[in-house]
Write a protein that binds this ligand. Structure first.
Ligand SMILES: Nc1nc2c(ncn2[C@@H]2O[C@H](COP(=O)(O)OP(=O)(O)OP(=O)(O)O)[C@@H](O)[C@H]2O)c(=O)[nH]1
Ligand SMILES: [Mg+2]
Length: 463
């Protein structure tokens, strides 16, 4: 939904004066976006009271006065369901907030005392922080904007490993029969698209991340609409482009190409335009531990999905003008989430692994001279770190409650500090259960390094 011009102008001015900041929380499905946003709101609301934010100078120095949710800009978009998320975390027993099914927005007004006071002293300032949440599945579509139908079809077909290919054999066998030049049969295309969607669902189930089109996984109100009835055309690599373009409009090829374009222009582009263009800051959340748990092909797949995705954003230093009229992301954090799944001495290795996974996009960012910080964090800590003695030796362990309510005391394993090799996967020495969120005793949510993330993302605006 586009904002009226007057409001856009007002926002531009506020951003020029550093009174407003837009933060994109980016991450594939289940990477921890909703948990991160919930914790962010919670920490800032409890700032100065119960929240532990020692790594955030404005809080440590007692200058952070708190934060309030205010009415967001766009009345056509639902509000981020913070209260529902907190209700889930505060339930007995506590449980995690639901997977996100649509877009929601949030504006926080953060109140603080600047380091340098004016002549009269005692003044306070405000920073408006704009945030939003969305289903990770939809994010996967952003790279699709770079393509036309033939190039997208090609991009979907490289050798992507046996396990993944096996999930699409049904679809492929049927789709390979399709004659691109023959007149389109609605029923047949609908059925093939459904089989493709089945393949994508199975792939998601199996832990794969690089899945397009994202709305096939979470169609919302588009379920059954013809705009979702397309798929990549198998065998397109041999076809000559000009010959394809000459096919009549009622042909299979032209029909699929038209639907692809519609999907791209009317579904993906507005999502990008209204929500992902024009950010000042970004944090990319990665469930690295989940990928380690899932095996080499998934790990590789995650790396590809993230590299493609990060090409969809505008990074670069801001000049005053670009800041007003063509904002770019001028600072970035990449974070391995759910770090409370491993013992604290593994956190350094987790960060090293994250940097290895994102080595390619990180090179581009360095080239664009965009400051990046890699960290590991837990937005909502579910475990406690312990030490256990075994045969006279003390070793680190975690204590937590698993989803069935069982108490666990365990050492989940060593995180490799570089891209795992065959030997690592052969050992597969890594295993942990999902934990239930820990009950909160009144105060702020327990976390690991949310304060460090906040400092990097907004700390300089709270000086
Ligand atoms: N232990 C632990 N688990 C977490 C943490 N954050 C998220 N999780 C787990 O990861 C799951 C997914 O987190 P969400 O925040 O819902 O992920 P999301 O990115 O919003 O996912 P979608 O809405 O599906 O795109 C949660 O249900 C938890 O099981 C954390 O800090 N610690
Ligand atoms: Mg979510």
């Amino acid at each position: 939904m586009r904002q009226p011009l007057a409001r856009e102008l007002h926002d531009l001015l506020e951003r020029g004066r550093d009174r407003q900041l837009r933060l994109a929380v980016t991450g594939l499905s289940r990477s921890g976006k909703t948990a991160f946003l919930t914790s962010l709101v919670n920490q800032l609301r409890h700032a100065g009271l119960e929240a532990r934010l020692d790594l955030l100078p404005v809080a440590r120095e007692g200058r952070l006065l708190g934060a309030r949710r205010v009415n967001q800009q766009d009345l056509g978009v639902p509000r981020f369901p913070y209260d529902q998320a907190m209700a889930a975390l505060d339930a007995t027993p506590p449980h995690w907030p639901e997977p996100t099914r649509g877009i929601s927005e949030l504006r926080l007004t953060i109140r603080y005392r600047p380091t340098r006071r004016g002549l009269l002293g005692g003044e306070t300032r405000e920073l408006a922080l704009d945030l939003f949440d969305y289903p990770g599945e939809w994010l996967l579509d952003l790279p699709l904007l770079e393509h036309d139908y033939p190039s997208w079809s090609l991009a979907q077909q490289p050798a992507r490993g046996h396990e993944r290919a096996a999930l699409f054999t049904d679809w492929l066998a049927a789709a390979a029969e399709l004659d691109p030049a023959a007149a389109a049969d609605e029923g047949q295309l609908a059925e093939l698209a459904e089989r493709y969607a089945e393949g994508l669902r199975a792939a998601r189930e199996a832990g794969f991340a690089d899945l397009q089109p994202g709305r096939f996984l979470l169609p919302g109100e588009l379920a059954g609409a013809p705009v979702l009835q397309f798929f990549p055309l198998p065998g397109i690599e041999g076809a000559e482009r000009a010959a394809l373009d000459r096919l009549p409009p009622e042909s299979n090829y032209a029909t699929l190409a038209k639907r692809f374009r519609h999907y791209q222009q009317h579904i993906v582009r507005p999502f990008y335009r209204d929500h992902f263009r024009r950010f000042d800051r970004q944090i990319v959340l990665v469930d690295l531990l989940g990928a380690l748990n899932a095996g080499p092909e998934r790990f590789e797949d995650l790396s590809r999905a993230l590299a493609n995705l990060m090409q969809s954003f505008d990074y670069g230093k801001r000049s005053l003008l670009s800041r007003l009229f063509a904002p770019r992301i001028d600072r970035l954090a990449i974070a391995a989430t759910k770090a409370d799944h491993v013992t604290p001495e593994q956190h350094g290795r987790l960060v090293a692994l994250l940097e290895a996974l994102l080595a390619e996009p990180l090179k581009d960012l360095r080239f664009a001279d965009v400051p990046v910080r890699a960290l590991s964090l837990a937005a909502i800590r579910a475990t406690e770190s312990r030490e256990v003695s075994h045969q006279g030796r003390r070793s680190p362990a975690l204590r937590g409650t698993d989803l069935s309510g069982e108490e666990q005391l365990l050492f989940p394993g060593e995180v490799p500090d570089r891209l795992p090799d065959a030997a690592f996967w052969a050992r597969q020495g890594f295993d942990f259960p999902a934990f239930r969120p820990a009950p909160r005793e009144g105060g702020a949510l327990l976390h690991i390094r949310m304060d460090a993330a906040l400092d990097w993302l907004i700390g300089d605006k709270l000086q």
